[in-house]
Design a protein around this ligand. Structure first.
Ligand code: NDP
Length: 289
């Protein structure tokens, strides 16, 4: 058996085409386009690829994009002031804070200052709470991308055993909520699951496996249940190559559907970030009219 590839790049191209057409329409009808402003503290080469791709995609779909690079010496107070002034600026649709923030910043405090109406990544505490209450408007793009790839399989998730590996507040936890929302039966694994040697037994019985850890080849192909949906969110550099958290070649022979790294969750994440920005623009400019 060789799994069907959940092609994130192809889905991202479709999303970008839909966005580009909508933005063209809004330019004609409301005379404005969404504007995404990204804030970064210092220049971190590990994230420069992601930041560059945001600018490129925004330009390709006709969205405005501004990258504000703040000096590494920026204080928390200065960052919060900068966010507050973007909140007040009516020309700004969405704000993205390039993460992870340097350790000197209190992440929860800083993100709570991003207006919930401009929070394209769904990371401020209000929007995270809404996800828990099933009353969300924007979802963290990576979790949303993983969910969209799972749904691309066309498999009915009702009552299926889903295992999410990794419980970070920006990826694993939001994805858990999305899967619960689709009535999958969800188990969340983390470092303690691995340390107690229990990861294998959870993966063995999973109809859906979503992994967001950041450890190459953590999930062995032979653990995967025949026919399972496997979505690999991890991004790791190994021997000069970008790989995920799942042993792709061996997992592919057992899974029914699998997302590759690169070319899976990554490209779709950036496209969904833009889609979130357009949704906020619609709230701010179209539904308000
Ligand atoms: P975090 O480091 O915040 O979270 C990693 C999670 O994995 C934690 O919950 C941690 O548990 C858990 N974990 C660590 N070691 C193990 C283990 N041996 N077994 C099981 N669980 C373990 O990372 P992120 O959630 O931010 O990112 C995860 C991965 O996803 C990274 O590779 C990152 O690069 C990638 N990523 C990809 C994106 C994309 O667009 N494709 C976007 C964002 C992230 P604990 O906290 O208990 O130690």
């Amino acid at each position: 058996m060789s799994a069907v590839i959940l092609d994130g790049k192809r889905r991202a191209d479709e999303v970008k085409k839909e966005l580009s057409e909508k933005i063209k329409g809004y330019k004609a009808s409301v005379g404005a386009v969404p504007k995404l402003v990204a804030l970064e503290i210092g220049k971190d080469s590990a994230f420069s690829v992601y930041v560059k791709s945001q600018g490129k995609i925004a330009e390709a779909i006709g969205m405005e994009y501004e990258l504000i690079s703040l000096a590494p010496s920026t204080t928390e107070k200065e960052l919060i002031e900068r966010i507050s002034s973007l909140n007040k600026d009516n020309s700004v649709t969405g704000i993205i804070l390039q993460c992870p923030l340097p350790e000197k910043f209190d992440f929860i405090k800083v993100t709570s200052f991003i207006s919930a109406d401009k929070d394209v990544e769904g990371i401020n505490p209000e929007n995270k709470g809404k996800l828990l209450l099933n009353a969300y408007r924007v979802v963290p793009p990576t979790s949303s991308a993983a969910m969209e790839l799972i749904e691309l399989s066309g498999v009915d998730l009702y009552g299926k055993e889903a295992v999410v590996v990794g419980h970070s507040s920006i990826v694993g936890k939001p994805l858990t909520m999305l899967l619960l929302d689709r009535f999958a039966t969800v188990t969340v694994c983390h470092i303690a699951t691995s340390e107690k040697g229990k990861l294998i037994e959870h993966i063995n019985r999973a109809d859906i496996v979503a992994v967001a850890v950041g450890k190459p080849n953590l999930i062995k192909g032979e653990w995967i249940k025949e026919g399972a949906i496997v979505v690999d969110i991890g991004i790791n550099s190994l021997d000069g190559k970008i790989v995920g958290d799942v042993e792709f070649e061996s997992a592919k022979t057992r899974a029914g559907y699998i997302s590759p790294v690169p070319g899976g969750v990554g490209p779709l994440t950036t496209a969904i970030l833009m889609r979130n920005c357009l949704s906020l623009f619609e709230e701010q400019n179209v539904t308000a009219q």
